[in-house]
Design a protein around this ligand. Structure first.
Ligand code: GRF
Length: 189
């Protein structure tokens, strides 16, 4: 099976996925795509000798360039790992039920446009929630709304700062994302 990862930033999740599948018999990461030429994820892909592709808004939203690349590489699963743009209809149609995302909160809480990065954790702390967590879900035409595949939670301690809850969430993301991808791919055949 062949995985493509879309990422806009650091790519610590992409890193875990590339590590997980490096010696796998089931799947490989065939391509990393980014809208951000400065994204550290591109360096990470290089380190794994995985090819990458940079694209702009026009290429993604107004042409079939990305779909053509993904089809040519026979991509089975598209993984959004910190990808900040909405996935366009024509890409969703070309890969039905084959695009997943990770979100650093317990959806349906704290999702939607603009809800990413520290904003999420700040909002969670301000709300006084007692638990927080992560969601891995299928992608649809709206931000953070597709069917949930997996969630993992932790308790927020009274003394927990933004940095602490962010770190706890990241640990869960790194722990579960590769495994959830693996389980999903096992069902494909
Ligand atoms: C993660 O917190 C993920 O949930 C969100 O974007 C962040 C990406 O982090 N969608 P990284 O680039 O994988 O380090």
């Amino acid at each position: 099976k062949r995985i493509a990862i879309f990422a806009s930033g650091s790519g610590s999740n992409a890193q875990k996925i590339m590590e997980h599948f490096k010696y796998s018999n089931l799947a490989e990461v065939a391509l990393v795509l980014s809208n951000n030429p400065e994204a550290y994820v591109l360096q990470r892909a290089d380190n794994f000798e995985i090819p990458s592709h940079i694209f702009d808004k026009k290429a993604l939203y107004e042409t079939d360039e990305i779909i053509d690349i993904l089809k040519r590489l026979e991509i089975d699963l598209i993984v959004l790992a910190g990808f900040l743009w909405l996935v366009p209809q024509h890409l969703l149609k070309a890969f039905p039920n084959k695009i997943i995302n990770i979100h650093p909160a317990l959806l349906p809480k704290y999702g939607g446009k603009g809800m990413y990065g520290d904003r999420v954790h700040k909002t969670v702390l301000a709300a006084g929630d007692e638990e927080h967590g992560i969601t891995i879900h299928f992608v649809n035409e709206n931000f953070d709304e597709g069917e949930v595949i997996h969630q993992a939670k932790f308790k927020i301690e009274p003394e927990d700062t933004l940095e602490v809850i962010k770190f706890k969430g990241q640990q869960l993301e790194h722990q579960y994302f590769p495994k959830v991808i693996e389980n999903l791919l096992k069902k494909y055949n």
